[in-house]
Write a protein that binds this ligand. Structure first.
Ligand code: GTP
Length: 418
């Protein structure tokens, strides 16, 4: 067997009928029991300008006072100059299922005179959470990994009735690859049904135009009709136009509901004819909480992790990630350095040899010149010696010197014995 070949390629799947009860039909129950025992963890981030009802909506969603009522800041109070990131965690339980809920708030977003780059601290915070998860994954002991990654970001859009503001577009563009974005039209009770429908259409058109990816209810091939219809219905409500209220009010017909009471009537939070709160809760909590966690882990975190590891010099081959050992990298660098040195040495040797050859040629030339001069001088002296011997012989034999020879002063001196 080749280890990399998938099983389906190696062995054909044969459908078999069981002769009796084996028991693996109980597997979902085993998973269910285990999950209930372990409990769940979910982190939601809320982003939007101050006063859009973020805290109220979180309290309404989880039916708890996670956020205590806030006293408004006095006009003289010093306001923060950057977006702060605050998180609150609470353990909540429903029918024996425990949920560790963390809400990450971003006070200050969009509240300054200059809101350029106010998305930056939020992106940094989300990436720091990915970093922390990656660091835990790389530990020798990975028994207790704490998952602080943000699984969903509820982005609150001001109910202007116009279209998205530049700050909304910029925020979503910067974050859609890092977090599951869920756009929400805040305080929808301030718009009429018609205005909500028009506003939703414009917001969706903006989102599409800017190629912003928002979280979508997943649909699977072998899903039953009911699940598909539910996903379709939830999707049709995006961006969710919500009303938040954790207070109980009395309706004219005497019911006690969570809602907002106005002189002309009551807006009910949990009434689907009044707002999309129920559908939002269905998406975020009842139906797709696990999908949100899975998409964060399998797609958003995975993409970020790949980018991060590649930027750190970890390379990927066709089938597996192969991390270059630092020792191998140092060895490779050493070999390259040595090759460079050897090349330099060879070049220096060549230059040296060339210089030596040039010097040798010069020396040879001067030697030859010296030799030639020496020969010339020797020949001249030999000639002189022969002349003198000839003269000596003539004098001794008493023959007179030739006149032309006596006429020169030099020869006269010579005859005088000079
Ligand atoms: P910061 O903490 O300053 O960021 O504000 P916030 O966005 O958390 O808003 P908060 O929940 O404190 O609500 C601000 C005000 O809006 C409160 O008076 C709420 O009662 C009110 N409010 C909250 N939700 C809604 C809503 O759906 N409709 C209307 N009309 N008012 C709301």
């Amino acid at each position: 067997l080749q280890p990399s070949a998938p099983d389906s390629v190696m062995s054909p799947i044969i459908r078999k009928k069981l002769m009796g009860f084996v028991g693996f039909a109980n597997l979902p129950n085993q998973v269910h029991r285990k999950s209930v025992r372990k409990g769940f963890q979910f982190t939601a981030m809320v982003v939007g300008e101050s006063g859009l009802g973020k805290s109220t909506l979180i309290n309404t969603l989880f039916n708890t006072t996670l956020y205590p009522p806030k006293a408004p800041l006095p006009p003289s109070a010093e306001r923060p100059s950057t977006v702060a990131i605050e998180s609150i965690s609470a353990d909540i339980e429903e029918n024996g299922v425990r949920l560790r809920l963390t809400v990450v708030d971003t006070p200050g977003f969009g509240d300054f005179v200059n809101n350029d780059e106010c998305w930056k601290p939020i992106v940094e915070n989300i990436e720091a959470r990915f970093d922390s998860y990656l660091e835990q994954e790389n530990r020798v002991n990975r028994q207790k990994i704490v998952d602080n990654r943000v699984h969903a970001c509820l982005y609150f859009i001001q109910p202007t009735g116009h279209s998205l503001k530049p700050i909304d577009i910029e925020f979503m563009r910067q974050l859609h690859t890092r977090v599951n974005l869920i756009p929400i039209i805040a305080k929808a009770d301030t718009l009429t049904d018609e205005e909500v429908a028009e506003f939703k259409a414009r917001v969706l058109a903006d989102i599409q135009y800017h190629k912003i990816h928002i979280f979508e209810a997943p649909t699977y091939e072998n899903e039953d009709e009911e699940a598909l219809a539910e996903a379709k219905e939830i999707m049709s409500k995006i961006p969710f136009a919500v009303v938040g209220s954790d207070k109980l009010v009395k309706t004219p017909d005497g019911r006690e509901v969570r809602g907002r009471a106005y002189p002309w009537g009551v807006v009910e939070v949990d009434n689907e004819d009044h707002c999309d709160f129920v559908k939002l809760r269905q998406m975020l909590v009842r139906t797709y909480m696990e999908e949100l966690r899975e998409y964060t882990n399998d797609v958003l975190y995975e993409n970020w992790r790949t980018d991060k590891l590649l930027s750190m010099g970890v390379v990927q081959d066709s089938t597996v990630f192969k991390e270059i050992n630092p020792a191998i990298r140092i060895q490779e660098e050493r070999i390259m350095h040595e090759a460079k040195l050897a090349k330099m040495e060879a070049e220096m040797k060549m230059v040296f040899q060339q210089k030596v050859q040039e010097k040798e040629a010069k020396l040879k030339q001067s030697e030859e010149e010296l030799y030639a001069r020496h020969r010339e001088m020797k020949e001249a002296l030999e000639k002189q010696r022969l002349d003198l011997e000839d003269k000596k012989r003539r004098i001794e034999s008493g023959r007179p010197l030739t006149p032309e020879k006596t006429s020169t002063g030099r020869k006269k001196n010579f005859l005088r014995g000079g």
